[in-house]
Design a protein around this ligand. Structure first.
Ligand SMILES: Nc1ncnc2c1ncn2[C@@H]1O[C@H](COP(=O)(O)OP(=O)(O)OP(=O)(O)O)[C@@H](O)[C@H]1O
Length: 917
């Protein structure tokens, strides 16, 4: 994070410059202006517009030159020192902005707000008026080139009322206008932040100073912007929101708590500050449904690689494997749904009905997808128009988007048995009046410039006045072209050329020799000398200047008329903004349903049955990402069943468990099996079909997935500490509806410590949390727990040996692994032969020792919970009884006992036991 991003931002609308250097007589007028502006934006890099460049000066120049790898130069002196300077061309500034923002900088864009000619009229030394028109920060982007198409760009504001553990969270995406708020206890804040995946988090600096909050915020990986306290002030919050929406009361938006209003107001204050007067069209705030969504903490999201792989790439993530949407808005909706799977079976069924419909009617699905492909990103185009940052192509995006929406709705209307979700989406898609689309289509030309100021975007013949002006401009151009011939004829100079540049306007260029003769009579009566070049001279004539002025006036007038057309069209579009947004949302929902239908069809996924039971029965389950990766290598994926319903398998009186301990060699597929089941639950509750031959899932309210962890050095935690903190979170939070995936927990420490922790964790999950769970481990001793824990089952990965090497069959079977095959796997990995041989002999010795002191048997004989601390009671569970035998055992230190004392202690223990019974 840059220095520029770390300081609290002062949100006062007009910060006071701290003068000093600015009035210094030795400072040039331009530098005075620069310093006067810069002092108002100390936390930003200032892009100072000079002609076709944005220039950066002094410290900003040094930071930007280093960050962008561009040349640092000098321009004059300031207080005796050289002024460092660097610049980026305006037409390529988006790329540079993108890089600076990605590095955590904020940029203040300062434009020339008057024509340089106006400044010149005020006198030679006058400086062109400039003003900051916008702050560019990671959470307030609107340009397509700066945004990821399939990802919402959330700015999240946080608030906390004094002495409370409850946070207000407001999430704004100014690129689409979405605005949601929530209230959450601190324990659930990381999960909510992970779900929103913000690009930037704004919070009062006092709140950021709280180490725990700073840690949670840092974990989200967003850019963090602390703001001065008074702008996150709860007391002013309601008024700020009322002013923003121009309403007397917020009641019309629904009921919000004080802490939600405080967060929402902070978001609005920050948006106001960054947009400098431009007003994004934010929708009325709505509440984020948390109770209706599966809670998934950040570690689980990372571990299941939902939106990014552990390496940070989208390629290889779950969303990448299932995203077949054809529009950006569809991609964003799918990501949003995957981030917050539902917990209401009826709502899930509604989504599944839509997918089923697209699956059954494959021909319509294909036609819908073809139509959707032509629909540009209407929500983002609309937001740019509202901010007066839109161009002709944004109007065209609405023209094309709305006509695609009509075509899509028409196709759906002609279909039968439409499910509720598609019915509603089709209705929304056609709610915008046809006149608007026709109006846009009639006005816009086929080829459109990027910027409206370039003109040329209004269709020929659309506006009679504009046509007249264009004709005048074009005629004058041809008159000028004819002039060249006339002058050449009259002077006999065949090489004479009429040219144009922005400084001289139209001029005649002749060779040096001819030019010299034109400086004298009689030629100098007609030709007025303007410029001498190397080998050429330039002249004007009265006639040429008049024509030049006529063209400039006509061109200026044409652009003004085009801009008036633009403004009219933009106003018409904005007047229909809510309906357009609804149409865009409708198209996104249709795109998602078709995308999931496409996957289901092409990969033979099935509709899951999701209800309120505690079932978890998957047959023929597969991991979508691993399967896809194997497919590209021409290999097949071995499908596996998983039943955590806790009921005996069909036809059997006993067996079946809610927790499975999975043992098997390295590389056998344990992690894949664990994750695929978590992913199937997640997909099912997202409203997607699943990669299995059948799936029955009782709603999962919280999903936990942990792997024996990686270091978190940035936060000063060792591997083992991270693992334990995460395991603690699960054992403290998981309930009977949770699904818990633990992969080799306890491996980060000494064998016996690790085994003991793994042992205790399984017992706790079984007895106290009572969650459904999968537990992969290399501690084969844990399989003995199945004897004492009745809802525990053992699963193992089938392997076979062939010519001394291990062969993985990737098949999951009931039972326990008999050995690890670690050395065979090491051999496959290419460890030197000598090291392998040595490892074999060490293993043989270790196994012999272990047979002499049979650890496994000892552990197997441990009575359940007798040696563990009483687990924390979870609602509905009885407090474990006091245990005098354990207390007596705790009091004995065997290292200090003589043989006689040891015998006495044993008798004493027998007495305690007799008394306790
Ligand atoms: N069901 C399967 N069908 C086919 N190949 C599979 C299957 N499961 C896993 N594999 C392959 O085996 C590799 C190893 O799988 P995985 O990482 O799940 O093993 P593991 O048992 O967890 O190993 P370790 O104990 O070393 O972490 C995968 O990358 C994949 O290529």
């Amino acid at each position: 994070m840059s220095n520029s991003a770390a300081r609290p931002v002062d949100l006062r609308e007009t910060p006071q410059p701290s003068v000093g250097t600015i009035d210094d007589a030795r400072v040039t007028p331009m530098m005075q202006q620069y310093l006067g502006i810069k002092v108002q934006y100390p936390d930003c890099l200032l892009f100072y517009r000079m002609g076709d460049f944005y220039e950066l000066f002094l410290d900003d120049a040094e930071i930007a030159a280093k960050a962008l790898n561009i040349v640092l130069t000098k321009r004059g002196k300031h207080q005796g020192e050289d002024i460092a300077m660097c610049g980026v061309p305006v037409d390529r500034s988006d790329d540079y902005l993108h890089r600076l923002i990605a590095l955590g900088h904020r940029v203040a864009v300062c434009e020339q707000i008057e024509d340089p000619a106006e400044a010149r009229k005020r006198g030679g030394k006058s400086v062109v008026k400039r003003a900051v028109v916008r702050l560019v920060t990671p959470g307030t982007l609107t340009e397509d080139r700066l945004l990821e198409p399939s990802r919402a760009n959330h700015l999240v504001a946080l608030s906390r009322l004094a002495e409370s553990d409850v946070f207000g969270v407001a999430a704004v995406d100014i690129s689409t206008g979405s605005f949601t708020v929530a209230e959450t206890p601190s324990g659930s804040l990381p999960a909510l932040l992970a779900r929103l995946a913000p690009s930037e988090i704004v919070l009062a600096d006092a709140l950021h100073a709280d180490g725990v909050v700073a840690d949670m915020v840092a974990e989200s990986k967003a850019a963090v912007t602390p703001v001065a306290r008074e702008f996150a002030e709860a007391g002013l919050a309601e008024r700020r929101l009322r002013d923003w929406y121009g309403v007397e009361t917020l009641d019309g938006f629904g009921r919000f708590s004080r802490v939600e209003i405080a967060a929402a107001a902070t978001a609005v204050a920050y948006v106001t500050r960054t947009q400098v007067g431009a007003r994004p069209q934010l929708q009325a705030p709505s509440r984020i449904e948390q109770s209706g969504a599966m809670e998934i903490d950040p570690a689980t999201r990372a571990n299941l690689e939902l939106t990014r792989t552990l390496g940070g790439e989208r390629a290889g993530s779950l969303i990448d494997a299932i995203d077949q949407t054809v529009t950006s808005a569809g991609g964003r909706l799918l990501a949003e749904r995957l981030a917050a799977p539902l917990t209401d079976p009826a709502a899930i069924a509604e989504r599944l009905d839509a997918v089923t419909w697209t699956l059954v009617d494959g021909a319509t699905r294909t036609r819908l997808r073809a139509l959707l492909k032509a629909a540009p990103d209407m929500a983002r185009a609309l937001s740019r128009l509202a901010l007066d940052r839109g161009g002709p192509r944004d109007l065209a995006a609405l023209r094309d988007g709305l006509s695609a929406a009509r075509a899509v709705a028409g196709l759906l209307n002609s279909a039968s048995n439409l499910p509720a979700e598609l019915l509603a989406a089709a209705a929304a898609a056609q709610a915008v009046g046809q006149e608007l689309v026709e109006g846009l289509a009639a006005a816009l030309a086929d080829d459109l410039p990027l910027q409206k100021r370039d003109g040329g975007f209004v269709r020929r013949g659309y506006d009679p006045r504009l046509e007249e002006t264009r004709a005048l401009r074009d005629e004058t151009r041809s008159v000028i072209a004819a002039l060249q011939g006339r002058y050449a004829e009259e002077t006999g100079i065949r090489t004479l050329k009429v040219k144009h540049n922005s400084v001289l306007g139209f001029f005649i260029e002749v060779s040096q020799a001819t030019g010299e003769s034109w400086l004298k009579p009689p030629q100098n009566a007609l030709f007025i000398h303007r410029q001498t070049m190397a080998g050429a001279m330039r002249f004007a004539t009265v006639e040429l200047s008049e024509l030049d002025q006529r063209i400039a006036a006509a061109a200026g007038q044409a652009v003004a008329l085009e801009l008036a057309v633009f403004d009219r069209l933009a106003a018409a579009v904005l007047a229909s903004a809510p309906a357009i947004r609804a149409a865009a949302d409708g198209l996104a929902a249709i795109d998602v349903a078709c995308s999931l239908g496409e996957i289901a069809a092409s990969r033979s996924w099935v509709r899951p049955s999701v209800d309120t039971s505690l079932a978890f029965a998957i047959q023929g389950g597969r991991h979508p990402v691993v399967e896809a990766a194997l497919r590209t290598r021409g290999k097949g994926f071995v499908a596996n069943d998983c039943d955590l319903s806790g009921t005996p398998p069909r036809g059997q009186a006993k067996g079946g468990g809610r927790i499975a301990v999975v043992t098997g060699p390295n590389m056998a597929g344990k992690s894949t099996f664990l994750r695929q089941n978590a992913v199937i639950a997640l997909l099912a509750q997202t409203g997607s079909f699943v990669p299995a031959t059948s799936a029955h899932i009782g709603i999962v309210d919280r999903l936990f997935s942990r792997v024996g962890a990686a270091d978190d050095l940035a936060r000063g935690r060792s591997t083992f500490m991270v693992e334990m903190v995460e395991t603690a979170a699960i054992l403290n939070q998981a309930g009977p509806r949770a699904l818990v995936i633990l992969d080799e927990i306890g491996r980060g420490t000494a064998t016996f410590d690790g085994l003991s922790i793994a042992w205790a964790a399984v017992e706790h999950l079984h007895e106290v949390n009572r969650s459904r769970g999968l537990f992969a481990t290399h501690y084969h001793e844990l399989t003995g727990l199945a004897k004492s824990l009745k809802r525990l089952q053992n699963l193992t990965m089938r392997v076979t040996e062939w010519q001394g090497d291990v062969v993985f069959l990737h098949e999951v079977l009931p039972g326990a692994a008999d050995r690890s095959y670690g050395i065979q796997v090491a051999k496959l990995a290419g460890l030197p032969r000598a090291a392998i041989e040595r490892a074999r002999s060490v293993l043989a010795q270790l196994e012999a020792t272990s047979r002499a002191a049979p650890v496994a048997r000892l552990v197997n004989d441990l009575p359940l919970f007798a040696v563990t601390a009483p687990p924390a009671p979870v609602a509905g569970f009885a407090e474990p009884r006091a245990d005098p035998l354990r207390d007596a055992l705790d009091a004995i230190n065997p290292d200090e006992l003589t043989p006689k004392a040891a015998l006495d202690a044993l008798y004493a223990l027998k007495r305690v036991r007799a008394g306790a019974v």
